[in-house]
Design a protein around this ligand. Structure first.
Ligand code: FES
Length: 228
């Protein structure tokens, strides 16, 4: 979720989904664990991008906080983060102090940390959480994007992380609007160093599958058009 090269620390926000993460959850502050990383590639901003749109769903939320932390160092960028969850958000939501055009006025819930950084954020859910958009992140993204000034539209690039269903919907939104879109895929990983081929996905060029790529080392980030 965050890293600080100056202090040599990283923050990880995780969900218990199996034996590994359950074992990790039994560790106490001050315990030592072995780990290996970073592994794989990173989001890369294109030259034309002025308004990065960061979309995170469920366990795809933490990487977007990490990425927003990086982007805010560049004052020429105006990142906007949308996060969706069907279980309570892993932070206390607050009404945002940052106004965003083309967002319904009652959609005001935000992540306080991002607000403090000056990065606009909005939340979506179908659970009726206060201040959240009732729907999915790609629907709020469409709502925001369609009435933007043309110049701003031209500078939008989409970055997404979350469940496959969400990423496919985001990729379709990006394609409809001719926006560059990078997606960070989730796959089960046995080795995470490229040896087992347990995490491969079909890789497309010009809509034809031309290779199988390993999400752990060739990804996890791909251009949406190469994987959907
Ligand atoms: S997890 Fe083994 S190759 Fe990716």
């Amino acid at each position: 979720m965050r890293s600080d090269p100056n202090t040599g620390t990283i923050d990880i926000l995780y969900k218990i989904v199996g034996q590994g993460s359950a074992a990790l959850a039994t560790r106490k502050a001050g315990d030592t664990i072995q780990c290996l990383g970073p592994i794989g590639n990173a989001f890369i901003l294109s030259n034309r991008t002025t308004h990065p749109l960061l979309l995170g769903g469920g366990v795809g939320i933490p990487p977007m906080i990490f990425f927003a932390d990086e982007l805010r160092k560049n004052s020429s960028l105006t990142p906007f983060v949308m996060m969706g969850s069907e279980i309570p958000f892993p932070f206390t939501t607050k009404p945002s102090k940052i106004l965003v055009p083309n967002i319904p006025s009652d959609v005001i819930a935000a992540m306080p940390l991002l607000d403090d950084w000056g990065v606009a954020s909005r939340l979506t859910s179908q659970q009726g959480y206060q201040g959240c958009f009732e729907g999915y992140v790609h629907q709020l993204a469409e709502h925001w994007f369609k009435n933007l000034d043309y110049k701003i539209q031209h500078g939008v690039e989409v970055f997404a992380c979350g469940p496959t269903k969400m990423l496919k919907a985001v990729a379709e939104f990006a394609k409809r609007n001719q926006l560059p879109c990078q997606v960070s895929l989730e796959e089960h990983m046995a080795c995470a160093v490229g040896g087992c081929a347990g995490c491969v996905v079909p890789y497309k060029e010009n809509n034809k599958v031309t290779a199988m790529k390993r999400v752990c080392v060739d990804g996890p980030i791909f251009s949406a058009e190469n994987v959907y």
